[in-house]
Design a protein around this ligand. Structure first.
Ligand SMILES: Cc1cc2nc3c(=O)[nH]c(=O)nc-3n(C[C@H](O)[C@H](O)[C@H](O)COP(=O)(O)O)c2cc1C
Length: 157
């Protein structure tokens, strides 16, 4: 399958997970394409103070993995802005991962997953897996491994 890795990363953590997922997917015989959402404006991005300079098209893939960080207990505003531009995605298979610093998932993680998932589903995508990667301290390696195992093994064909 040709799988797109569509994500936004402000400080690089989400990009690291996306690149690791690419390796994992390629080891399973998929073609995995890094397709980063980019902006012009100051970081951390603030709503209304940036412009999207690359808006990936999910429909150019057989399946898509969406990734974004938590910002201020909420989904990062760049991913929010991108979700508003999504085209119709008739039954496109999708997965979502969110990266965050704080170990407690309800400090923005579960809400961000829910927000991305519902935006994708509203445009017709079929979300078949979600993960939250916790970046702080001891949990990081385990958390990344869990994400690679779960999302990296979702797609067949
Ligand atoms: C301005 C700002 C606000 C953040 N707010 C939260 C937060 O509310 N909860 C949390 O768990 N992590 C928070 N983080 C940490 C990021 O979510 C975490 O480091 C994430 O992995 C960053 O991904 P990136 O490097 O791809 O941008 C915040 C980071 C920044 C820069």
């Amino acid at each position: 399958m040709k799988i797109g890795l569509i994500y936004y990363s402000g400080t690089g953590n989400t990009r690291i997970v996306a690149e690791s997922l690419k390796e994992k997917l390629e080891s399973k015989g998929h073609t995995a394409v890094i397709d980063e959402i980019t902006i012009e404006g100051s970081t951390p991005a603030q709503a209304g103070k940036f412009e999207l300079t690359h808006i990936p098209d999910p429909c150019s893939y057989d399946a898509v993995i969406f990734g974004a960080p938590v910002q201020a207990f909420n989904l990062n505003p760049v991913m929010k802005a991108y979700l508003e531009k999504l085209p119709a995605m008739d039954n496109l298979k999708a997965a979502v991962f969110i990266t965050k610093q704080l170990p407690l998932l309800w400090t923005g993680g579960t809400g961000s997953v829910a927000q991305v998932k519902s935006a994708l589903e509203a445009r017709g995508a079929k979300v078949i897996g979600t993960e939250i990667v916790v970046w702080s301290g001891k949990k990081r390696e385990q958390s990344i491994r869990q994400c690679l195992e779960s999302i990296g093994n979702l797609f067949n064909g």
